[in-house]
Design a protein around this ligand. Structure first.
Ligand code: AMP
Length: 551
């Protein structure tokens, strides 16, 4: 028989493998069929609710029927404005599986910013947690003619006229649904970047990218989530899909535990203890507060094996302290545009003989995910050597990396190369073992007298000071040196240190020109909605600090 070559596969021999689309539905059907008794656990007010995956599946089908009753069509954008809770997870599955797009709105945005993203996305319905009524109403009031439907989840903090109630809508609906087959390239989720500058930029994740990202982040050298895990995402479900954990956990058959608004250290510790959480994930600030409380109470969390920390650089002191509490602190780096996981820091066989070196490597942001193609280039676009010293701009592309922003031609032009590589805006080194280290955001570098100072490096050292709870370093214009670093410091409760003490302590760890000229003491460092330092605000606040004459 003659071999048939087909134009459909570029003139090559077509395989005999299935072309079924990679989809969120595949994850869902696997979870409820293969792991029916595994659990979704969620705080709901004062109670903790438990659903088996099988029960969850029925609620997701009911929700899909609700969406149909509300007139949702394929491609419609449906917003969530919610904490990490079981109803939010139901939206995560039902909305994409009916062919619509779930837009997870950051609940910490100011009303005008929330109104901006709702409008830019063209959201038709907004599902919001009752405890967030005030915030969503403030955004809705800015757009009285939007024609949007609002659906409230859980008890309301205050009335919202015209809003529908989630559970009332769910009750009469059947618990089965004929799921449509959806093209794997179709949009499933929408998330706007936290944007420390300019308007937020939208990234539309596809079914395919979501599936592939979940698969890759489940690998043993990435998050390595297994069926035996009990996973607690502290990272919000509006921050890049809680780093993919809602999909990965169900794919793996791991129990999935959601804290709602209890993100305070006592709430996190209580949930970890009561639910015997084995793996958690979140930004450094949360873990610093948890660490402080555990240390103060002389307590450990024996079930908690590992925490994944990213979103901003994990201070080395935090990793040491968590290790001391018996917790493996796993540093990871990523971006909204990357779904988000790009690198994860784990041990490697090559360094098994050298624990000291291995530890220093583990402090770094980690080794690249196999689904990320990367380049580190100099100012001429030439690749720099992977020697751990040469710095360059990090570019990435691949299956779960954006190729453009949603309706934003201007940003597309500067962020994406014609060959699809995306400019991360991070300056990094990569070493001979493949560990990537973030030196700084391009825009946060401080240029002093022709030398570059990494704000991240100075912050890391400062956060190792015994009195310092948090430190943020930023550049301020200077008449002689162009820019000079300033440190904003938050002291630990009950600790005292003045400017001279902090600068003196830095003296033997940094060169003089790298040491901040001034230290300002604050009660709190301004942050973006997802907990990153808002350096722009500090630069603005202190911009006149080195005015002529004063320098
Ligand atoms: P976002 O898309 O809002 O999550 O922001 C992505 C940016 O956060 C990255 O480009 C980095 O600048 C920063 N970031 C994320 N993870 C880390 C990390 N582990 N260390 C340092 N910076 C990080």
């Amino acid at each position: 028989m003659a071999t048939t070559f087909s134009p459909e596969v570029g003139g090559a021999l077509p395989s005999t493998m299935s072309d079924l689309p990679l989809s969120i539905r595949t994850i869902f059907e696997h979870a409820i069929k293969s792991h029916p008794r595994k659990q979704i656990i969620s705080r709901d007010g004062a109670q903790v609710l438990r659903f088996t995956f099988a029960e969850f599946g029925k609620r997701v089908a009911k929700l899909a029927n609700v969406l149909r009753t509300l007139g949702v069509q394929p491609g419609d954008r449906i917003a969530s404005f919610a904490w990490n809770g079981h109803r939010h997870l139901e939206l995560y599955y039902a909305v994409p599986m009916v062919g619509a797009v779930l837009h997870t709105v950051n609940i910490r945005l100011f009303p005008d910013q929330a109104a901006f993203v709702l409008d830019h996305a063209g959201d038709k319905i907004v599902f919001y947690d009752g405890s967030l009524t005030k915030q969503i109403k403030a955004a809705a009031d800015l757009q009285p003619d939007s024609g949007r439907t609002f659906v409230q989840m859980g008890a309301a903090a205050e009335p919202f006229e015209g809003a529908l109630d989630y559970e009332t809508l769910m009750t009469p609906e059947p618990d089965t649904y004929e799921w449509p087959e959806i093209d794997e390239r179709a949009a499933a989720l929408l998330c706007y970047t936290s944007a420390t500058t300019g308007d937020p930029k939208g990234v539309l994740f596809s079914h395919r990218s979501t599936f592939i990202h979940a698969l890759a982040s489940g690998l043993a050298d990435a998050l390595g989530i297994s069926e035996r895990d009990r996973v607690l995402p502290i990272v919000p479900m509006f921050h890049v899909n809680a780093w993919g954990t809602p999909f990965l956990a169900l794919m793996a058959g791991a129990d999935f535990i959601m804290p709602m608004e209890r993100l305070d250290p006592a709430g996190v510790i209580e949930m970890c203890e009561q639910e015997r959480v084995t793996l958690s994930a979140g930004v450094p600030t949360v873990w610093m507060a948890v660490r402080d409380m555990l240390q103060a109470q002389g307590k450990k969390l024996p079930a908690l094996e590992r925490v994944v920390i990213g979103g901003s650089a994990m201070p080395t002191s935090l990793m040491d302290d968590l290790n001391g509490l018996g917790i493996d602190a796993i540093h990871a780096w990523g971006m909204t545009e990357m779904s988000p996981i790009g690198t994860v820091s784990r041990d490697i066989a090559e360094l098994a003989h050298d624990p000291g070196m291995q530890k220093r490597e583990r402090y770094k942001q980690g080794r690249f995910s196999p689904i990320v193609q990367w380049r580190v280039v100099d100012e001429h676009g030439k690749d720099v050597p992977a020697d751990g010293v040469s710095r360059g701009d990090l570019l990435v592309r691949c299956f779960a990396v954006a190729k453009s922003y949603y309706k934003n031609e201007l940003a597309n032009r500067s962020a994406f190369e014609p060959d699809g590589f995306f400019h991360t805006g991070d300056v990094v080194t990569v070493d001979e073992y493949g560990y990537m280290e973030i030196v700084d955001r391009v825009k946060d570098f401080i240029k002093s007298g022709g030398e570059w100072i990494s704000s991240v490096e100075v912050e890391n050292i400062l956060m190792g000071h015994p009195c310092v709870k948090e430190a943020c370093v930023f550049g301020i214009p200077h008449p002689k040196w162009q820019e000079r670093p300033v440190a904003a410091v938050v002291l630990r409760d009950g600790q005292e240190a003045d400017e001279d003490a902090i600068r003196g302590w830095l003296g033997d760890k940094l060169a003089k020109w790298q040491t901040p000229d001034r230290v300002v003491f604050l009660d709190a460092i301004p942050r973006t909605g997802v907990g990153k330092f808002l350096k722009r605000d500090l630069r603005e606040r202190y911009k006149g600090m080195f005015a002529e004459g004063d320098a």
